[in-house]
Ligand binder design. Structure first.
Ligand SMILES: Cc1cc2nc3c(=O)[nH]c(=O)nc-3n(C[C@H](O)[C@H](O)[C@H](O)COP(=O)(O)O)c2cc1C
Length: 187
């Protein structure tokens, strides 16, 4: 059973992307966890050099990423860019290598027709630079997200969007279970 680590680029309590993330986790055929990237310190290479002990939230993120067979990033776009909190989380994972060769899906959701396309492209570029395997079939840009969410359940209720998310998550699960991809279980 593949293990998924999901990160949200929004810290907002009633986040639309948080609702998309929850719906995606409901649809994932495997075990899924999330990490609180809002608790991470700002990336500083001085805290990350050889022999340095990473701050505890960084160590926790790295442990969670290492244990996952695949990553899912769900994010809004701010000012045509990636939210700082999510870029910060990725910066902490660049040198430590947990994302190398790991299947990753990027989903952006926006109230606008563009679906967060700038942030989506930027995240994919950063992930490629980190030698992660961006699974194109599992990536989505979701436009006009507002009415597609039920505020009571904080889940996506729009049927075409749910069907598309199901397809995306199936592609990610397939990539996560390919021979040679799955992360060995801890002894
Ligand atoms: C400062 C700021 C900048 C934003 N810039 C963009 C943008 O460039 N593109 C976009 O699609 N949405 C933009 N938005 C709208 C967000 O997509 C919208 O607030 C969204 O609901 C945030 O995601 P969340 O609900 O998951 O927190 C911006 C919002 C804020 C507050």
């Amino acid at each position: 059973m593949p293990r998924l680590l999901a990160l949200s680029g929004s810290l907002r309590a009633r986040s639309a992307n948080g609702a998309v993330l929850r719906s995606a986790l409901d649809l994932f055929d495997g075990a899924a966890t999330t990490a609180d990237i809002g608790a991470l310190p700002h990336f500083n290479p001085d805290l990350d050099g050889e022999g340095a002990t990473p701050p505890p939230p960084v160590a926790a993120l790295r442990t969670a990423a290492a244990a996952a067979d695949a990553l899912l990033l769900v994010s809004p776009e701010y000012a045509h860019g990636v939210p700082g909190v999510l870029k910060n989380a990725l910066d902490w994972l660049v040198s430590s290598g947990e994302c190398v060769g790991k299947p990753v899906a990027v989903i952006t959701a926006s109230p606008f027709p563009t679906g967060g396309d700038h942030a989506n492209a930027q995240l994919r570029e950063t992930l490629r630079m980190m030698s992660a395997e961006v699974i194109a079939d599992a990536c989505r840009e979701i436009p006009a997200i507002g009415p597609k969410i039920d505020p009571a359940t904080e889940r996506v209720t729009d049927e075409p969007t749910l069907a598309d998310l199901r397809t995306a998550l199936a592609h990610l699960a397939t990539a996560a279970t390919r021979p040679g991809t799955a992360t060995p279980a801890a002894p």
